[in-house]
Unconditional design. Sequence first.
Lengths: 367, 83, 266
Amino acid sequence: MTKELLKGNVAIAEAALRAGLEAYFGYPITPQTELLEHLSRRMIELGRVFLQAESEIAAIHMVYGAACTGARVMTSSSSPGFSLMQEGLSYMAGAEIPCVIVDVMRGGPGLGNILPSQSDYFQVTRSAGHGDFRPIVLAPASVQEAIDFTGLAFDLAEKYRHMVILAADGLIGQMMEPAELPAMRAVRRGERPAWATTGAMGRARNIISSIYMQAEEEEGYNLKIQKRLRQIAQAEQRCAEHMTEGAVLLVVGYGTAGRVAYTAVEAARKAGMKVGLLRPQTLWPFPERRLSELADNVEGCLVVEMNAGQMVDDVRLAIGGQIPVSFYGRMGGVVPMPEDVLTTIETEYRRLAQAVPSNRWTKEALC
Amino acid sequence: MAKGTIRIDQSRCKGCNLCATACPKDLIRIALDRLNTGGYHPAMLFDPGSNCTGCALCAVMCPEVCISVYREAPVKGRTPVPA
Amino acid sequence: MAERTAQTESEDRVPGMEAVYEHPRTLNKVVTHYCPGCTHGIGQRLVAEALDELGLRERTILVASVGCSVFVYNYFDVDAVQAAHGRAPAMATGIKRLEPDRIVLTYQGDGDMASIGLAEVVHAAVRGEKITTIFINNAIYGMTGGQMAPTSLPKQQTTSSPFGRDVRLTGNPLRMSELLAGLDGSAYIVRRSLHDARNVLKAKKAVLTALKVQMHGLGFSMVELLSSCPTNWGLSPEESLKWIENEMIPYFPLGDYKVADEVAAL
């Protein structure tokens, strides 16, 4: 297929459609409304279900209901709307309902502003609302990745009967880049999973509920989910790397922060510093395996985020104190500039050279 | 007929034309030869014949509240502007 | 209560003439963020005039909502709080219960009140909360770029109803005044329009009455104001006023939907 110039939000919407999206329920909120608007046209054109709900709370419960029929269902929102969806997410987590949720993150907390941020990281990775649960979280850093991860989201949701969140900062949603859309996949009407509630015709009935009155039963359910989470954590960690070969300082950043860090890392290398980039593509499961491997060979780590420091906690957990981890972040919708990240890299590099005793510094690093 | 006049705060006017539409004597025009600091063509009173009666319908329809209306003859209950 | 013209400082005063109309004290003299010709400006001006005429400025607490009205706290020289989308009546309830002698106002659009905030406004009216709600109905979501609202008209084209509102899929426009008038706690529920001077003056009277309802603690009061959105309707400001008159009023008839006996006696 040929490349077209696409806006992130529109690309995600169209990619979902081509992945066989059967129903979309959403509510306008900047900076993701183009996703809803695109589907308001395309879903109707293709005879599928589209409804602008009265609120994000209604939208997520419509998703819950529709997903109970086993259909491919999606909603999208941005930070304040995502907060509203927490209740519905918890119910779906408590009933093993597969679904795809898009969060295009903006400045906050509260109403904040409509500029890009990554400050929902804790929210999307730590749980789906209240209770013990970890959604799978995919973090694209380009329009192409947003397209690819949308299709992947539906596949993972179905493979594991699990919730998948596509977490994009506002810039990914709004930017326009050349990208390729996949071919249209057929909607699988009529083939529904065995657990779905579609009417007990010729089979025993199905009940979908998150209620487990006895503590031991509830624990049993949670143990099942925890086992699934371990399987996912084992098999689905994803990340991209750039110039990590021989790196002494590892920069870690995802989404737009990862792109900005990429530019800064290239500039640092040109200036003679041995710096590399690790860009997580799954925020959960966090790519701790690869990070841990890289940590064996670098002297320090710099985490770059568009928040007050959230993913940095997961980096520290994965590294386990082997090497120092420092942080550079901008908040409130400010997008960090490559020059600022580069300055921080230089400062970190020099600081590590003094603090960390290592013969690698005398030869390669100090120049 | 009592004589009246209006003052338009051109810096806040957005040239929406609702005042001109409301004026029963067609005395307000959009000044196409100038732009205010907001980048709009502001409205202006064009009343060479002193036909404005101070009816204030323009002020009633102004969304930016940038029109003040004045009238000559004293009206019961109103407070005069000191000279 | 005798009406007085707003007395304000005006650099452009005309010596020897009386001020028939000047900028209301309660309204800040700033350039608004509203689009040219948007009747939000008229709606909020009427509220400011009414607060001036009734001497309520320093007793008022304004609850701003989410939509084009989100920055309304910039325009009124009163204490104000910013509510989440749809939640203004709930915030107003919290404030009024603690400060019953204050005048608590919400200022909401059709997305905020009739969509996400429907439960909050209904329950405020059910409880007969002694607050006043100004409902700006322009049949569209303005701030987010022109999506369909619960009050959008059948066949109305919006960015989320690109083929026109299909009532088979999304139902018919929601009439808030009729809905809230049926509740016992509602004391004064009226619908007016801002599409011409005569109707704006009627709207002004309704806003004054609604505030007096609150001053006398008679129950929940709302003034629904049919308003324009030239930018998202794709019409000029004057065409927009015509659209209100010709297209909106047939669906949203003007009138008094609930006037409690005690209100009529005021």
